[in-house]
Ligand binder design. Structure first.
Ligand code: NAD
Length: 359
C-alpha cells in the first residue's frame, strides 16, 4: 500500500484541536481510498518558544523537508505578544515558508449554497455562487525588494521596490495556468500595467505563456478594477494570478465575500511536490480549548494537501463533498450558525465530516 508522511505543525490556540479533526478525516479518506498516512508532529510558533526557546527549531525544518507534505494549524497568541518581533511565533511561520521555498500561495474562496446568507454581498450579486481561486506569488515583489530611508534635502523619505525577474513571473503564472486548466479554464492575470514596469513584464510573460495552454482563456485586469469587480460581479472569475502585494489584498477581499473565516483553506506550494497547507484564520485564542472552533478550514486544507502534494484527487474530492453534504444537512459550528441554528462543537463537526467521508 502506498504510504505518505505528513508533518503536522499543530501550533498554538485552536491549532491542535482543528488539526486533530483534519487528521481523523484524512485517515478515514486514506482508508477508503487505499493508501496509508504516517504523521510526524513538530513544533512551530509559541509552543516551540515555550519548549525550546525559538519559534522554528532546526528539527522542525528537517521534519518538513523530509515529509511528503506539511499540515499547519495556526501560530501565535497573547502569551507571546510582548516578545521582540524577531522572536515571536509569526517569525517561525515566515521562516518555514522561506525554508521550504513556497512561492505559490493558493487561496480558494467558495460560497457554499448552504451558507449564502453568511456572505455580505446581496443575493443577486452572488448569482450562481462563487468558486474562485486566487494564486498569489509569495516570495518576490515589493515585500522582498530593496527598501530604505533617505533624507535628501533634509526631508525624510522612505521607499520599497517592486522587482520581479522573468523566472519568478513565469513559474507562478505556469502554476496558475495548470490549476485553471483543471478548474473553469479561465485565468485572469491581475496587474497594474498602465503604471508599473514590473507589471508590463508580468503581462508580457503571461501573454507569451498563454500559447502553451490553449485550453485556458487568459484575460488581464488592472488591480484597481479587479478589487471593484470582486464585489460587483465575483462570479466572472475562475482563477486569478497576481503578484505578492496585489494577491495579499485581493485574497483577503475574496475571503470576506464568503463571510466565514473558519471555512477557508490555503496551500503554499514549492517547485517540487512539497507543500504547506493551512487554514487562513489565526490561532483564535478566544476559542482555544473550548471545543467550539470550526475545523472545516483545516479539513479543507487537508483535502488540498491530498490533491496538490499527494496526487490523491479522489480522496480530496471525497472530503470536499463530505463538507458540502454536512453543510446541506444543516450542521453548523457557532461561527457559521444563523439565528435559530443549534451550533455543534469542533469534535462533533469533525465526526460528521468523517462519517460523510466513510459512507
Ligand atoms: P484569528 O483568525 O485567530 O481570529 C479572528 C476572529 O475569527 C476571532 O473572533 C476568532 O474567534 C474567529 N475565528 C478564527 N478562526 C476560527 C475558527 N476556525 N472557527 C471559528 N471562529 C474562528 O485572528 P486574530 O484574532 O487577528 O489573531 C489571533 C492570533 O493568531 C494572533 O496571535 C495572530 O498573530 C495569529 N495569526 C496567525 C495566523 C497563522 O498562523 N497563519 C494567521 C493570522 C493570525
Amino acid at each position: 500500500m502506498k504510504t505518505y508522511t505528513i508533518t503536522v505543525l499543530a501550533g498554538d490556540g485552536i491549532g491542535p484541536e482543528i488539526t486533530r479533526e483534519a487528521r481523523r478525516v484524512l485517515d478515514a479518506a486514506a482508508r477508503k481510498h487505499g493508501f496509508d498516512l504516517r504523521y510526524r508532529d513538530a513544533l512551530l510558533g509559541g509552543c516551540a518558544i515555550d519548549a525550546v526557546g525559538e519559534p522554528l527549531p532546526a528539527e522542525t525544518v528537517s521534519a518538513c523537508k523530509s515529509a511528503d507534505a506539511v499540515l499547519l494549524g495556526a501560530v501565535g497568541g497573547p502569551k507571546w505578544d510582548a516578545l521582540p518581533s524577531g522572536e515571536r511565533p509569526e517569525k517561525g511561520l515566515l521562516g518555514i515558508r522561506a525554508a521550504l521555498g513556497l512561492f505559490a500561495n493558493l487561496r480558494p474562496a467558495i460560497v457554499y449554497p448552504a451558507l449564502r446568507s453568511a456572505s455580505p454581498l446581496k443575493d443577486d450579486i452572488l448569482g450562481d455562487g462563487l468558486n474562485l481561486l486566487v494564486v498569489r506569488e509569495l516570495t518576490g515583489g515589493i515585500y522582498f525588494g530593496q527598501r530604505g530611508r533617505d533624507n535628501t534635502g533634509g526631508v525624510p523619505a522612505a521607499y520599497d521596490t517592486e522587482r520581479y525577474s522573468a523566472d519568478e513571473i513565469e513559474r507562478i503564472v505556469r502554476v496558475a495556468f495548470s490549476l485553471a486548466a483543471k478548474r473553469g479554464k479561465r485565468l485572469c492575470s491581475v496587474d497594474k500595467a498602465n503604471v508599473l514596469e514590473s507589471s508590463r513584464l508580468w503581462r508580457e510573460i503571461a501573454t507569451g505563456l498563454a500559447k502553451e495552454y490553449p485550453e485556458v482563456a487568459l484575460s488581464h485586469m488592472y488591480v484597481d478594477n479587479a478589487a471593484m469587480q470582486l464585489v460587483r460581479d465575483p462570479g466572472q472569475f475562475d482563477t486569478i494570478v497576481t503578484s505578492n502585494m496585489f494577491g495579499d489584498i485581493l485574497s483577503d477581499e475574496a475571503s470576506q465575500i464568503t463571510g466565514s473565516i473558519g471555512m477557508l483553506p490555503s496551500a503554499s506550494l514549492s517547485s517540487g511536490s512539497l507543500g504547506l497547507y493551512e487554514p487562513i484564520h489565526g490561532s483564535a485564542p478566544d476559542l482555544a480549548g473550548k471545543d467550539c472552533a470550526n475545523p472545516v478550514a483545516a479539513i479543507l486544507s487537508a483535502a488540498m494537501l491530498l490533491r496538490y502534494s499527494l496526487g490523491e484527487d479522489a480522496a480530496a474530492g471525497a472530503i470536499e463533498k463530505a463538507v458540502d453534504t454536512v453543510l446541506e444537512t444543516g450542521l453548523r459550528t457557532h461561527d457559521i450558525a444563523m439565528a435559530g441554528d443549534r451550533a455543534i462543537g469542533t469534535r462533533a463537526m469533525g465526526d460528521a465530516i468523517l462519517h460523510a467521508v466513510t459512507v
